[in-house]
Design a protein. Structure first.
Length: 495
């Protein structure tokens, strides 16, 4: 047994050393450039296959939205694929005139709607019909999906985009000889975007919203964030409020785009079969056309300190579900890695304490999990524990067992074996990130935006490695306490 343990330690140490060397090599190979307009460009050559993975990250997400324009970040993500003055149109000048007529009619509709009970229903019906006809006229000039089609015809994969609370990201992988094409198109859509098909796309987004809201767990989670936060911008809904989506104007999108999509808020990451100076030369040729804009400042808000437990019960057509959220610090806080380690030990995987206790030993829950950084990481957030009680089990029984496991971690050090397991799993995740060119480009851009320094990607494993049993107990005693949490219980509603 002693020999086996010693061998395991030696092998783990060897893997750690080799992996640290790999991290170091990759870190040294990353080239960081700041373009004249303030955009950041990260380039990492990986010449094993003739592919280039390209990521554009924008420092804007739902946290920057204000009442009246919720959902606008997600809306803009959709519109970014609608093309430019040269892509997606057969006659831009004629289309521009037709689009302006659409916007004029929609402004009239909003003006009439604002009268509420005094609104003229006949006038609204007429305006809706006029808008429908104007949209049809404008669509005669639109070339559907041309932006995506051009990239697809040139061998693209992983063409996608996503909006989070913190950031908006655009990705694509291409043959390496198509890098210049990507730069031309990316620069064009962030310099001369045309928000064509704005009104038909509204229907797409509303349908997407209805799809999400068809999930009881989604509805419950939205309610949970509103209960857990008072002023924190993470309390808003990511996809937006129905009335805001219905009322967003082209002028709103344009103003929001001009405010947040300037080059100073953009990070471009290119990983693949490229030569850094060549990438820089092309970036100077194309990306510097993007207006500089104003560098974002952190969102300003004041969240009152939580001093007592918040509890709510929510009924829906769903199986029981328990969610517990503890107030936790942003990813840049020194204790953020400690919360990650606690989440792993407490509720991630079949070897976690909650799974063993709730699911395997006491048969109280069908599923349990814990995770840090919900629903975002840039600002103070939540450390979450969740469980699905077994049929016939009272939610209070699950909560009692969760609290019992927490109390154990507050008074007893976690075992060295548990802590070592966390660090090995963190190391494996870091190694896995090195295998995917697209994944690595996403991580580089993400850490550059989140921390202002992509090298934090390579420091993360060191930070996890430095977490001690004393750190875990201290955070458990200070933060994972009833006065610092919100408890939500999703109860089945009778049909």
């Amino acid at each position: 047994m002693v020999k086996k343990t010693l061998l395991t330690v030696l092998l783990s140490t060897l893997v750690l050393l080799l992996s640290a060397q790999s991290f170091s090599n990759i870190e040294e190979d990353v080239h960081r450039f700041t373009l004249d307009n303030g955009a950041t460009l990260l380039v990492l050559p990986r010449t094993n296959v003739p592919i280039v993975n390209c990521v554009t990250l924008v420092d804007v997400g739902a946290v920057r939205e204000e009442p009246g324009i919720t959902g606008i970040s997600h809306y803009l993500e959709h519109m970014a694929f609608k093309g430019t003055r040269t892509i997606g149109t057969t006659d831009y000048e004629a289309e521009k005139t037709a689009l302006e007529e659409c916007h004029r009619i929609f402004d009239e509709i909003l003006e009439e709607r604002e009268k509420e009970d005094k609104a003229d229903s006949d006038k609204l019906l007429r305006l809706e019909q006029e808008l429908e006809q104007a949209v049809e006229t404008a669509n005669q000039y639109a070339v559907d999906n041309e932006f995506s089609r051009i990239l697809n015809l040139n061998g693209s994969k992983n063409l996608n985009a996503g909006t989070s609370y913190d950031l908006t990201m655009y990705t694509v992988s291409l043959p390496s000889n198509k890098l210049e094409l990507w730069m031309i198109m990316e620069a064009d859509r962030f310099t001369y975007p045309v928000f064509r098909q704005l009104y038909p796309e509204r229907d797409v987004i509303q349908e997407e919203k209805r799809m999400y809201e068809g999930s009881p767990l989604y509805r419950f989670s939205n309610r949970f964030m509103k209960e857990a936060f008072v002023n924190n911008p993470y309390r808003t809904t990511l996809i937006g409020e129905e009335e805001d989506i219905r009322s967003l104007k082209e002028a709103d999108l344009r103003e929001y785009f001009d405010r947040y999509y300037g080059a100073r808020n953009l990070v471009f990451a290119v990983v693949g079969d490229v030569e850094p100076q060549n990438v820089l030369q092309l970036a100077n040729k194309y990306f510097t056309a993007i207006p500089s804009g104003t560098k974002n400042t952190p969102v300003s808000f004041s969240e009152p300190e939580q001093r007592e437990e918040r509890y709510f019960s929510y009924e829906d057509l769903a199986q029981p579900y328990i969610m517990i959220g503890y107030q936790a610090p942003a990813a840049t806080h020194p204790d953020a890695p400690v919360f990650s380690v606690i989440a792993d030990i407490l509720g991630q995987g079949r070897s976690s304490r909650l799974h063993r206790s709730l699911v395997e030993e006491k048969n109280l829950a069908a599923y349990s999990i814990s995770y840090a950084g919900a629903p975002g990481r840039v600002y103070d957030n939540l450390f979450v524990i969740a469980a699905v009680p077994m049929q016939g089990v009272e939610t209070t029984d699950c909560l009692d067992e969760i609290d019992r496991q927490i109390e154990i971690m507050q008074r007893e050090y976690v075992t060295l074996e548990e802590l070592g397991g966390v660090k090995r799993r963190a190391l494996k995740r870091s190694i896995d990130r090195l295998k995917s060119g697209l994944g690595l480009s996403i991580q580089l851009a993400y850490y550059e935006s989140l921390f202002g320094d992509y090298t934090e990607l390579f420091r993360e494993i060191e930070m996890i490695e430095s977490v001690t049993r004393e750190d875990i107990m201290r955070v458990m005693q200070e933060a994972i306490v009833p006065a610092n949490r919100t408890v939500g219980v999703l109860q089945p509603k009778e049909r």
